[in-house]
Design a protein around this ligand. Structure first.
Ligand code: SAM
Length: 326
């Protein structure tokens, strides 16, 4: 199988694709109320996405994640999943979702070839859920998580963005879920995107969260480090679930970065936190052949920078998270 490395000797084997900028939630840290959607014609078609995946699979990508916006909102998403599942070389297909549609869709997603889901959930309180997401759908999400586990879209990982004064008082409750319900919880440091960028000081460090949840017991490092995932995992004694910490701000993990991103408007984004992009969609729509597209993909890999510099005053990205996909 082909293998591709960037200029910093990191193997790149993971492609994240934002397949829509539409979302049925409107989280305060992710999206302004004034968000303007892309015209439909500016979003990649399934055939275009499949073409890119075919080319990248031959270059050494074996893992694909669908994100958004809310990826499960895209009409006929199971068709896309089937197309990806039938692509030689792709052996891991995941989605990052807000979970609201999982109860309804988990079975068809699994049947189409989706392997697992990450579910974003920042609170277990109904009114707070509405404050954070501007919608009243907590029950759907909780039911969706249970269903995804039953159907086998596993491991289901619960991603919680921790914000001081908004939901940080719930980090222990989330940790308790790893013991009582076998949840795999990952705490994410709030990144200064869009609306989040205006609220400096809101981020709670992974270290602080770890110290706070120790009240439930000692944390044992957990798992063989499979792949180059950004989280550090632990387990409470006797728990069936895990806690993970993702610390893009206080302890960046750029040295393990293994990914390329494609934004909802069809741009290749070598680094989440850098607005430098390559317009793949334009090239495709101007008739570029596979060799030309491969050259653009190689250029994106080679141009991946060593690390982000948010802690040294680098500006937060301008493109909304909803288009990039996280
Ligand atoms: N709608 C899907 C969902 O809710 O998971 C996928 C898209 S969402 C943009 C992808 C991930 O980005 C979510 O886990 C979300 O919590 C995360 N995210 C968005 N804004 C963020 C921020 N400012 N800091 C950290 N994570 C963020």
């Amino acid at each position: 199988m082909a293998v591709i490395y960037d200029s910093w000797h990191r193997q790149i084997n993971y492609l994240r694709i934002s397949i829509t900028d539409h979302c049925n939630l409107n989280c305060v840290y992710c999206s302004d109320r004034s968000f303007t959607h892309l015209p439909r014609t500016e979003v990649l078609t399934y055939e275009e996405i499949h073409r890119i995946i075919n080319i990248t699979a031959a270059m050494g990508i074996n893992k694909v994640r669908l994100t958004g916006g809310e990826p499960l909102l895209r009409p006929d998403v199971t068709k896309l999943i089937r197309m990806i599942a039938n692509t030689p070389g792709i052996d891991d297909i995941a989605a990052t979702t807000n979970g609201t549609l999982l109860f309804k869709m988990a079975a068809e997603l699994k049947a189409a070839g989706l392997h697992r889901v990450n579910v974003s959930l920042d609170t277990l309180k109904t009114d707070r859920f509405e404050e954070i997401t501007r919608h009243n759908k907590l029950e759907e999400v909780i039911a969706g998580i249970a269903k995804a586990n039953r159907i086998g879209l596993v491991p289901v990982k619960i991603n919680m963005v921790v914000m001081r004064g908004k939901n940080d008082d719930e980090v222990i409750e989330f940790a308790r879920k790893t013991i009582t319900d076998g949840w795999n919880v990952r705490y994410i440091e709030d990144m200064p995107f869009g609306c989040s960028a205006n609220e400096a000081g809101k981020m709670v460090s992974a270290h602080e969260i770890q110290e706070r949840i120790k009240i439930l017991g000692p944390l044992e490092p957990w798992g063989t480090k499979k792949g180059n995932g950004p989280a550090k995992y632990f387990r409470f004694p006797g728990a069936t679930g895990t806690v993970g910490f993702i610390s893009p701000i206080t302890e960046h993990f750029c040295n393990t970065c293994n990914r390329l991103r494609i934004t909802a408007d069809g741009h290749l984004r070598p680094c989440l936190l850098d607005d430098d992009e390559i317009d793949l969609k334009k090239a495709m729509r101007n008739g570029a052949n596979d060799d030309a597209l491969r050259a653009l993909l190689q250029q994106a890999v080679v141009s991946k920078r060593e690390r982000h510099h948010l802690n040294e005053g680098e500006r937060a990205p301008e493109k909304p998270m909803r288009q990039i996909g996280g």
